[in-house]
Unconditional design. Structure first.
Length: 135
């Protein structure tokens, strides 16, 4: 049972790595959106940064904060002013079931793609032309 849990944890991490690498390759102007919290994205970036996977399209290794800012920009999110503070708050969580990897492992146990519900391709709403809409 414990070995099965470890295997699922590794499978979840591999799936998360694949999603992260896909997000890192998004072109500017992409219509992919992150539906999770910014804290979840920061936690994902930190996990990948810790494993040495925060590499840009030119092969440059990016630091943690730069990677958070890059992905927030590509995913049309407001970047946290201090990603390290966000990560410190994540680490202080008393309930380990709230950690992203644990939640993703639970999703895999249920047969779901771990980050499938966090990432969606959808266009940004277009602003209405002046004079239309709420008057």
């Amino acid at each position: 049972r414990t070995q099965q849990r470890v295997d699922l944890q590794e499978q979840a991490k591999d799936a998360m790595r694949n999603t992260f690498e896909r997000l890192m390759r998004l072109p500017d102007g992409s219509q992919v959106r992150w539906l999770g919290t910014v804290s979840d994205l920061v936690e994902l970036v930190h996990m990948m940064w810790y494993d040495g996977l925060t590499i840009d399209e030119h092969g440059q290794v990016l630091n943690f904060s730069t990677t958070v800012n890059l992905l927030c920009e590509r995913l049309h999110l407001r970047s946290p002013r201090k990603p390290n503070t966000v990560m410190n708050n994540v680490r202080k969580r008393k309930n380990p079931d709230l950690l992203l990897l644990t939640r993703c492992r639970h999703l895999m146990e249920q047969g779901e793609e771990p980050l499938g519900r966090f990432v969606i391709e959808q266009p940004l709403p277009r602003p209405l032309p002046k004079g239309e809409g709420s008057d």
